[in-house]
Design a protein around this ligand. Structure first.
Ligand SMILES: Nc1ncnc2c1ncn2[C@@H]1O[C@H](COP(=O)(O)OP(=O)(O)OP(=O)(O)O)[C@@H](O)[C@H]1O
Length: 302
């Protein structure tokens, strides 16, 4: 059975189309990254899954339970970190985790969770004194209570410093290894690239791509990136490279290095063009297109 199943889900706010007939299946045991530019509809989709909002059309289910009806039946099996979740100022971190344990009817020691998310030393301070990153860690800790079968996390790395983001990534990997399905939205593409089995890219409410990272690369014609070091580089040279058929972008990385994204077939033509321009190629190597390169290509956003 699918962990998440969305069938032609649409959401309109007045004339604003936040989601447009989104079909998506996330299998049990997957780690799925949900990407898209600001305003693409990621939070709207997550809010529909959590029954914080109703779809205008279509339906979504979690472990076979309709999110808008029998959703409650699935709720005990999921851990959530919703967008803009705020902590209770007067409760301590420990009390928050105790509250999550009570509401899920889970026994155990809150310290273990607080330690795992790195706030055990601050467990007995009230959450009003927490920094943004500490509050984010606390909410993640609450989501982890009861070893949920599915984690739904909206921008889990918000407010975290680089160490915090790395710890978050490790937790997502551990949860997945334990058997949980992990579904999260993120703007940190390196993190998504490192942990996700598949990604979905939303653009203006439409799911424009769903695939493995390798699959995305292939559907973008190989998505090759060339890094070319030249004896000299000026605007005219970059312009000539851009005019070669199959070249998507040609950007100067520094005064002698040109970074080019192109189809596989265009590589030779680029070298010929540089030769014709009278420019010497000092070094030439290919890199795989990163998820960031592909995101830009799918969404046209920098
Ligand atoms: N309650 C609401 N009322 C009206 N419009 C809304 C509401 N919630 C979202 N929208 C609109 O729906 C669209 C999608 O917003 P959403 O918050 O889902 O995007 P997002 O992909 O999560 O963006 P971000 O990366 O900035 O968090 C936007 O155009 C937004 O203005």
């Amino acid at each position: 059975m699918a962990a998440i199943e969305a069938e032609a889900v649409s959401k309109r706010y007045g004339t604003e189309v936040a989601l447009d007939r989104v079909d998506l299946t996330v299998a049990e045991g997957e780690t799925f990254g949900f990407l898209g530019p600001n305003g693409a509809g990621k939070s709207t989709f997550i809010n529909l899954l959590l029954d914080f909002a109703k779809p205008t059309d279509g339906s979504a289910s979690i472990f076979g339970n309709d999110c808008q009806g029998a959703g409650v039946a699935a709720r005990d099996r999921i851990g959530v970190l919703p967008e803009g979740y705020s902590v209770f100022d007067r409760l301590t971190g420990r009390q928050h985790v105790e509250y999550a344990m009570d509401s899920k009817d889970v026994d155990g020691d809150p310290s273990q969770i607080l330690d795992r998310v790195g706030i055990l030393d601050d467990a007995d301070r009230t959450a009003s004194d927490y920094s943004k990153g500490m509050a984010q860690r606390l909410v993640l800790g609450m989501a982890l209570v009861g070893e949920p079968d599915l984690l739904i996390l909206d921008e889990p790395s918000t407010g975290l410093d680089p160490n915090g983001a790395a710890e978050m990534r490790a937790i997502l990997e551990e949860e997945n290894e334990r058997g949980a399905t992990v579904f999260f939205s993120s703007h940190i593409l390196e993190q998504v690239e490192a942990v996700c089995d598949r990604v979905g890219i939303l653009q203006n409410g439409e799911l424009v791509a769903v695939d493995t990272i390798e699959g995305l690369r292939e559907s973008l014609g190989g998505g090759t990136k060339l890094v070319i070091t030249l004896d000299r580089l000026d605007d005219g040279t970059a312009e000539r490279v851009r005019s070669v058929a199959g070249v998507e972008t040609a950007v100067a990385r520094d005064e002698a290095t040109l970074e080019v994204t192109c189809t596989n077939d265009a590589k030779m033509d680029i070298l010929v063009e540089l030769h014709d321009a009278g420019v010497d190629v000092v070094n030439f190597r290919t890199e795989e297109a990163s998820l960031e390169d592909m995101f830009i290509e799918y969404t046209g956003n920098r």
